[in-house]
Design a binder for this molecule. Structure first.
Ligand code: PLP
Length: 440
């Protein structure tokens, strides 16, 4: 019997699973067509159920910095699994992972492991509220921090893709505790503090925004946020779920330390790379704040699978392997790929800008945005309809891009000359498809 096709599997999945997917962007709604059902991944490549291989620029939405199925990670996971899958008790490796993070990111004095980025930000917000005794939260339009209720207000990522204003099912009373401000706009932050300063528990911010496409913070923005928050008795939660251990060994905070000036967020959240492809995420920061968590303090937080030994083994092996050479490779691959894409688009007369934050990048299309964008309004002004034909031309040529213009592209240390060559070969036809696209 022949293996099922992607189309057949998608039809079956849609009968069994809402939309056929377990996370919305995977459904290809914003680019159209049938999602590929993947059966294996190795290095820079993924293979679908029909046996087609693609150069992968999704990298599991970020975790696979070493490349897929890196032997060091697979060996660590296999070894851990052979000793038992879940103990619900402390393990030595949890402390090792916490120590690895604390050694890399100075503002992290203590760390608590959870399983998803959503849990990490949700718990960090509860902790900030418990610590300050205040209720309000400030977030920025287009920033995504997971899908807990109070954060689904004008969020980016899946919501930007589907152009929804928020989510059904979020009580108005909960949404009303979140103030949504334009990104990179310190005047808006000052005004929010002037009006509500003594009620604001925390400002949560993506360390560099990458869930509305990539929109880096302007130099000094993150530091000024910390200064303004502290002047008003509020905390800053720097969400490094996506940037942490990807853009540098110490995440975005590590990159800025040397350029935009030193600052110390009170809490930081991590996910993706910290689990090396397994469900690990974390919140960490000031010891006096972290010690408000149960069992020491009054802020409750827990998890059956928190610190799961198999997942933690993947995280430890990934962080141990992510040395300076890995980061140099990620930076070089990102620079090459983004400039090749830009050259191909320019050759076909497609106005665009490359948006970069360290080794994360994405593109915005159109004359209006050709000098780059700094906030969600800017991102929304682009000719987003140029992306689906570009995406599909790349997919047809064996290159898997994020299935939405509002997502970052992710490189891995396994993107070698051969993989990059395949991307470059696919670009002229994709750029022509973007050039001849028309608004739908
Ligand atoms: N925060 C940021 C910055 C993210 O990019 C994401 C996911 O993409 C999350 C939080 C939520 O993480 P998770 O999908 O693991 O719940």
């Amino acid at each position: 019997m022949n293996a099922p096709t992607n189309d057949e599997l998608f039809a079956r999945a849609r009968a069994a699973i809402p939309g056929g997917v377990n996370s919305p962007v995977r459904a290809f709604r914003s680019v159209g067509g049938t999602p590929r059902f993947l059966v294996s991944a190795r290095g820079a490549y993924v293979t679908d159920v029909e046996g087609r291989e693609y150069v992968d620029l999704v990298a599991g939405w970020g975790p696979a910095i070493l490349g897929h199925a890196d032997p060091r990670v697979i060996e660590a996971v296999t070894d851990a699994a052979s000793r038992g899958l879940s103990f619900g008790s402390s393990t030595p490796a949890e402390t090792e992972l916490a120590e690895l993070v604390e050694a890399r990111v100075a503002p992290v004095e203590q760390l608590r492991l959870v399983s998803t980025g959503t849990e990490a930000t949700m718990s960090a917000i509860r902790l900030a509220r418990g610590f300050t005794g205040r209720d309000l939260l400030v977030k920025f339009a287009g920033h995504y921090h997971g899908h807990s209720d109070g954060l689904l207000a004008e969020a980016g990522s899946g919501l930007a893709t589907f152009a929804l204003p928020g989510s059904a099912g979020v009580p108005a009373g909960i949404a009303a505790l979140t103030l949504v401000l334009p990104y990179n706009d310190l005047d808006a932050v000052r005004a929010a503090f002037a009006e509500h300063g003594d009620r604001i528990a925390a400002v949560i911010v993506e360390a560099a925004a990458a869930n509305m496409g990539v929109v880096p913070p302007e130099p000094g923005f993150n530091r000024a946020l910390v200064e303004l928050a502290h002047a008003n008795g509020s905390l800053v939660i720097s969400d490094e779920v996506l940037t942490g251990f990807r853009v540098s060994a110490a995440g975005w905070w590590g990159l800025e330390e040397g350029t935009a000036g030193e600052y110390s967020p009170d809490l930081l959240t991590f996910g993706k790379v910290i689990g090396g492809g397994m469900p690990v995420a974390a919140l960490g920061g000031r010891a006096d704040v972290m010690q408000q968590l149960a069992p020491l303090g009054p802020v409750y937080q827990a998890g059956t699978l928190s610190g799961n030994p198999v997942a933690v083994a993947a995280g430890v092996a990934t962080l141990r392997s992510a040395d300076a050479a890995v980061y140099a490779h990620l930076d070089a691959a990102a620079a090459t790929i983004s400039s090749e894409v830009s050259d191909a688009l320019a050759a076909e007369g497609v106005a665009h800008a490359v948006q970069r934050a360290g080794n994360l990048f994405s593109f915005v299309f159109g004359e209006d945005v050709a000098s780059g964008v700094r906030d969600y309004g800017g991102v929304q002004r682009q000719e987003a309809w140029r992306y689906p034909p570009f995406f599909h031309a790349m997919l047809d040529a064996g290159v898997s891009l994020p299935p939405s213009v509002f997502e970052a592209w992710f490189v891995t240390a396994a993107h070698d000359d051969a993989a990059i060559g395949r991307i470059v070969d696919a670009l002229p036809a994709a750029a022509r498809a973007a050039a001849s696209a028309r608004p739908s």
